[in-house]
Design a protein around this ligand. Structure first.
Ligand code: ADP
Ligand code: ZN
Ligand code: ZN
Length: 745
């Protein structure tokens, strides 16, 4: 047996693995991730390296191969654990070891560290309060916002200030008045300073207490060899976050470390501040806006033990803590936990694997758990907890389902049902806020000609173009742009128009029907500017608009106490997606959208407008009844054989050459068919065109393979990979794998 060993973790050398023979006396001791002593270079100097692979053949001649000297004892450096995590990712999700290693180990950048700005309060309390009074009279919202934030924190990183929607001009104006100074610092520090932290004194209620105690008991007993996986199913506002924080407290008291995964979109100032307030500078955050170097810095601090709690999106699961005790995954059903590029790992599965290896516990939390997770909880793989009521006194929203076909029959041709119309008018009169949600960005649908029926399509992709700002057509897949034609290029008719309902159209309709309403729109267009997203949220939360119109983005985890009405303009859109998870996604979105209404002291209402009011996931969502939804859905998955009942692997094939792709796809299908005749319970579906059969002039096909056993799929993947390497087509085509895909290909 031979081992591939890398001699240095620094990025440049990741590509270079060296083969060594495993001597007989080390038989069984050498695994990926193990640290070994090896002779290196001409002088055979003994150095240390990490084993990344064990295999039966070596890459060079037998007489040139050197032997591993020994295994490094009593040292399980964190790198070695992460390498075995990379190995797990490579094995289970189909990627190269190199890709997996780069995902798992942060890249060290040699570039000089970036200069960062920070705003620091220098005024004393008296001066500060005088200034605040002055700006209150002048209604200088932006200045006030900055001053209030600084009053709490004294010093803030510029990136955080921007999140408040405050511009540099505002900060400079305050600097001129001698209230603050703008500092530039070169080293990366924690984004927030904590001088005067408000005391954090929430006491758990009985239900929360029970859950926390139970999880802690599992952690202390360690009866499972690790802390177990705990799923907290609790409606939004039921106090899950308080439970997390209570368990975190106990875990760090034992000297262990904690990773908290939060979807990027919910990683708001509000959320982060809650953790800071309780745990102070033990906390750090990472997000996708950090450069590779900054992420490296944060990970170094974690490795040195300077911080105990790391909060971040998916990739924070790789934080190199040495004594990890707990990983929390909030909103565990979110599809953003699965990587959309290779290696297509799922952070939940990866976290569980890591926790098992390092003796840590995992807490999953959601108001609408993934079908996968709930299934595992019911079968006893996870431990299930329910939080059934909101922690504070606010009731779940009253939900109305409206059948839009009846509206049409009654002669209502507007976008708003009479129920929604009535409630919008009511809320506008009461000066309460409204959120209108539509289930897709700029869903102007196909732009097509009403005369000849021809749709405008992207010349490089098999998708329709989308109308933006009534002036240009854009392809959302490749970015192709062209002006909107005045007349149909096919038949010259002037009846060429966009169909469907986009956020822009909803906004136009609101302005027309309710001229006094002040609107804000949140979609890909309005948030593509830097910090556009945070700015819109802070404007809305400051009451600068009555109606917030948006896509998915507006329903995730924001607390607006003054919102008492949520309108879901077209609930059906995600139901038609060609994806076995579409009901699950619809249920999650609707439930979350409903959860936005009535977070404050006034009760909320939600209106679901739909063309299929009999649909099970819509009915279950209107009752906010997860169990009813789960029971329907698991029946469907069982009958049609979809995850979690089986495992599913998508073999994704791409090539610029359509006919070559065809040949290749059929070859691979036949190959699998022949190779696995002896394996029962496997089903091959396809090859078929991908959902989008062509992107950027590259053709795409997909083969689905279903099996009750994940490991069989892994074997089939290895088999395809090995065969593809020697196929002549491999120069002009590529094969990728996606296990239990979260979205169509
Ligand atoms: P979730 O994470 O389930 O959405 P949170 O933990 O954010 O719920 O709780 C919702 C609100 O209720 C928060 O404002 C939180 O501070 C408050 N809250 C939660 N638990 C308690 C408690 N035991 N006592 C008082 N307030 C609580
Ligand atoms: Zn036409
Ligand atoms: Zn395109």
């Amino acid at each position: 047996m031979y081992a591939k060993v890398i001699v240095d973790i620094s990025h440049e050398k990741l590509d270079k693995g060296f083969d060594y023979r495993i001597p007989a006396h080390l038989d069984g001791e050498v695994h990926p991730g193990v640290q070994v002593n090896i002779p290196f270079g001409k002088g055979n100097r003994i150095i240390q390296g990490y084993v990344i692979e064990v295999k039966e053949t070596a890459g060079y001649a037998e007489d040139k191969i050197k032997e591993i000297t020994s295994v490094v004892k009593n040292s399980i450096p964190i790198e070695s654990r992460l390498i075995s995590l990379a190995w797990f990712i490579k094995e289970n999700y189909g990627s190269s070891m190199n890709q997996a290693l780069k995902t798992v180990i942060p890249i060290k950048e040699t570039k000089k560290s970036v200069v960062r700005k920070a705003i620091c309060l220098i005024a004393d309390d008296e001066k500060l309060n005088t200034a605040i009074d002055k700006y209150e009279r002048k209604h200088a919202t932006a200045r006030l916002k900055l001053l209030y934030a600084l009053k709490e924190n004294r010093e803030m990183a510029w990136t955080l200030v921007q999140k408040l929607g405050v511009t540099l001009a505002v900060a400079k104006a305050l600097e001129e008045e001698g209230l603050v100074i703008i500092k530039e610092e070169t080293v990366y520090r924690n984004p927030i300073k904590y001088t005067d932290l408000l005391p954090y004194d929430i006491k758990l209620n009985k239900e929360q207490e029970k859950i926390s105690k139970c999880i802690c008991a599992y952690i202390d007993n360690n009866a499972m060899g690790y802390g177990g996986v705990h799923l907290i199913h609790g409606i939004t506002g039921s106090g899950k976050t308080e439970v997390y924080m209570d368990v975190i407290d106990k875990v760090i008291a034992k000297g262990q470390e904690v990773i908290v995964l939060i979807p990027e979109i919910a990683l708001t100032y509000q959320t982060v501040m809650r953790f800071y307030r309780k745990f102070g500078d033990k906390v750090s955050i990472i997000n996708s806006k950090l450069s590779a170097g900054e992420r490296f810095d944060q990970f170094e601090r974690a490795k040195k033990g300077e911080i105990k709690i790391m909060i971040g999106p998916r990739s924070a699961v790789f934080t190199p803590f040495r004594n990890l005790g707990l990983i929390i995954i909030d909103e565990e059903h979110e599809s953003s936990y699965k990587s959309e590029t290779a290696p297509r790992y799922h952070a939940r599965e990866t976290a569980i694997h890591r926790a098992k290896g390092e003796g840590a516990a995992v807490i999953l939390g959601s108001a609408t758990p993934a079908i996968d997770s709930y299934y595992k909880a019911l079968t006893g793989e996870y431990i299930l907890y329910e939080l059934k009521s909101r922690a504070k006194e606010s009731k779940p929203a009253t939900v109305h389902i409206v059948d839009m076909r009846e509206e049409l029959a009654m002669g209502n041709r507007t976008m708003f049902s009479s129920k929604l119309d009535e409630l919008i008018k009511d809320r506008l009169a009461k000066k309460q806020q409204i959120m209108l949600f539509i289930n897709r960005r700029g869903y102007a649908g196909f732009v097509s000609c009403r005369n000849c029926g021809t749709a405008r399509k992207c010349p490089h992709c098999d998708v329709g173009l989308t109308l933006h700002n009534n002036s240009k057509l854009i392809c959302h897949y490749c970015g192709y742009e062209t002006p909107m034609p005045k007349t149909c290029p096919e038949c010259d008719s002037k009846y060429i128009a966009a169909f469907g309902t986009g956020t822009q159209k909803v906004e136009e309709a609101v302005k027309k029907m309710y001229p006094t309403a002040r609107t804000l729109r949140m979609d890909m267009d309005t948030t593509s500017k830097k910090d556009g997203y945070e700015q819109i949220l802070s404007q809305f939360s400051n009451g600068e608009a009555d109606v917030l119109i948006g896509t998915q983005m507006i329903v995730k985890g924001h607390d607006f106490p003054n919102v008492t009405l949520v309108g879901i303009i077209a609930a059906d859109m995600s139901l038609y997606a060609s994806d076995y998870r579409s009901s699950e996604k619809t249920f999650q979105l609707l439930t979350q959208a409903e959860g936005r209404a009535g977070r404050g002291s006034i009760d909320g209402e939600a209106v679901i407008q739909t063309y299929s009011p009999e649909n099970g996931s819509i009915i279950a969502a209107s009752k906010q009844d997860y169990t009813e939804f789960y029971n329907q859905e698991i029946l469907y998955r069982t009958i049609s054989e979809y995850p979690p009942v089986v495992s599913l692997m998508a073999v994704q094939l791409t090539s610029k050459d359509d006919s070559l792709l065809n040949v290749l796809a059929n070859k691979i299908k036949d190959m699998i068919g022949k190779a696995v005749v002896d394996i029962k319970n496997i089903r091959i579906i396809g090859p078929a065109d991908a959902n989008v059969a062509r992107i950027n002039d590259v053709y795409r096909k997909v083969i689905y393979i279903k099996s009750r056993e994940y490991d069989i799929l892994v074997k089939i993947k290895d088999f395809i990979e090995a065969r593809f390497e020697v196929m002549e087509e491999n120069k002009r085509a590529s094969v990728q794998f996606d296990f239990n895909p979260m979205s169509g290909f």
